[in-house]
Design a protein around this ligand. Sequence first.
Ligand code: BDP
Length: 720
Amino acid sequence: MKRPSIILFVLALLCLYSTNVLAKDGYKLWLQYEKIENKELAESYLNSIHQITIPNHSATTDVIKNELSIALKDMLSTFPVFTEDGIKKNNIVIATPESLPWLDEFIGQNQLDGLGQEGFIIKSIQYKNQPITLITGNADAALLYGTFEFLKLLQTHQSIVDLNIVSVPKTKIRILNHWDNLDRTVERGYAGSSIWNWHLLPDHINQQYIDYARANASIGINGTVLTNVNANALVLTAAYIEKAAALAKVFEPYGIKVYLTARFSAPMEIGQLKTSDPLDEEVQKWWNDKATEIYSYIPNFGGFLVKADSEGQPGPHNYGRTQAEGANLLAKALKPHGGIVMWRAFVYSENTPDDRAKQAYNEFKPLDGEFESNVLVQVKNGAIDFQPREPFHPLFGAMPKTPLMMEFQITQEYLGQGTHLVYLSKLYEEVLNTDTYCKGPGSTVVKIIDGSLENHQLSGMAGVSNIGSDRNWTGNHFGQANWYAFGKLAWNPYASSEKIAEDWIAMTFSNDPKFISTTLDIMSKSREAAVNYMTPLGLHHIMGWNHHYGPAPWITDKHRDDWTSTYYHQAGSDGIGFDRTSSGSDALSQYSPYIEKQFSNPKTCPEKYLLWFHHLPWAYRMESGKTLWEELALHYQAGVDQTTTAIKKWSTLEKSIDNERYQHILSFMKIQEKEAKWWRDACLLYFQQFSKLPLPDAVEKPNKTLEDFKNYKPHFAPGI
Ligand code: BDP
């Protein structure tokens, strides 16, 4: 090749590499910053962004400049001009009130006070007769959040004139829980290995850590627990604290604090003490010293997340102490440094003969008021375990004196794992909006989570991460939507799932209205579809042994009853379902009297929870007039049909986005459809042994036997 042609060739390759190939494999998440092809729109944006004034100097303002540079270069092919002072016409000003002595002309002190340290305002103003876009907040992190919101407007092709946006987070702690082990395996992870390369830390900082922080800051996440709740005490040794400190340093400019999981027996395992009893003075001293040591490495350390007395984890029970005594031990150690404890309520024991759904309530409710002020009790979104659908946890509304934090699972342990397209925001929204009636009508779960019902200052939402080393971060491209939606809902748990999805689709894929509406339709129906083909009408916990992959309603006779399927569905010739009314486990008595009454009667219990609370005969008449057996079978079929319809809809979008992501998603959707049929056929054949009734005509007949399904043992299913 002659010289000029070689240069041209290399240039062409570079272009391809930087704009197309890398941009389309999902790595950029919702920060694609797609070029704005509409000339008029691009022009109107450029007109409003003549110069960007940022007077503050900090690592965070550097991050802001960097983000604006990437975004404006990609979207508008422009390199922004930054200044520290001087305000021109059509300027963007990004600053805290201290650097803007004239601010009170436009924004009152009251409003600024209401923003706290993280809330922001984006406002179009006329400063000295010049149109200006102002992004302000009381701290640099707020400016970063405001900048991302401003960029979202551009990404979603909104107007940026006459802006008046005020956004204040409703919860304080918005945090990802990584169930990542120090050997880089990820418990319930379906997107490769852990992104934390402990072996190379603290010396090597992977670019992915920085992009992780950007992505999280863009959706308002302000904390990350780096390690698995099934904790390894090693992470509290100096060598690992130093590694965690390196990550904390990367995340700090993005407003993200690092937290660690604390193994309750750490004083014995790494401290050589004879006990870990929370009332032992040496143990208390050990934790106090440990906290001081951690803060010497990580001055903005967030605190601990603890799983105790559950599934083999050590805890205060080992010493006859309460959960509050355990939590307070750590809370007191962290308090002088400003740290918090997130103490999980997921406590249950195989030695307790009571219904597993009741155990957390029984254990924690009597302790209301006994926790230190820097403890949040972290409660899962269901009393059993992140099922496709669970009624809200009875602890919500039962502990008014204690701030309760929500724990949602973003990773899809029970919802199709790596491949199924399930938009979980619908699930989160359903739980958050449920009325507990604990203080009369309107006592919704969301008001407990954000602290408003009982006036708690501390509040939070945790999401068990679905992030891994896969190039697209979450394995399934649509897993990104669940990460995104979690962050958005943690910031504003009153937000609508549909609006969140619309923004995500536009930022991630395309602003084409047909693409958005079709994809939104697929996403919006996906959660109900999954419930239908997995666990309709209140069924729960009937998936594969241990890996939880696929259906296995036949699991029985294991060393723990409450880990089997038969314990939960109770199917027999007399019917199906777990009786949690007063004639059964009486779990319903843990709810407010209003809910108890409504749910105790199968006729007034919402059908979506029917078999959660009731054991009913196969011939029981449902609202539709059909029998329970027929409805069950039709729900399974409907779930399968929904996956088929989703594929058809997605196929109409082939030309709307890049082929790489289109095909990747399509192939996963086909796996989902295949597995939905597996769920339907395996469950219906299994339950049919007891119902002894034929499948309704509308239900496709299985082409395998129950034995075939039982004999199928998937090897090496991920996530264990
Ligand atoms: C269950 C998971 C298990 C977790 C446990 C927990 O199967 O891997 O360790 O929850 O939340 O959902 O502690």
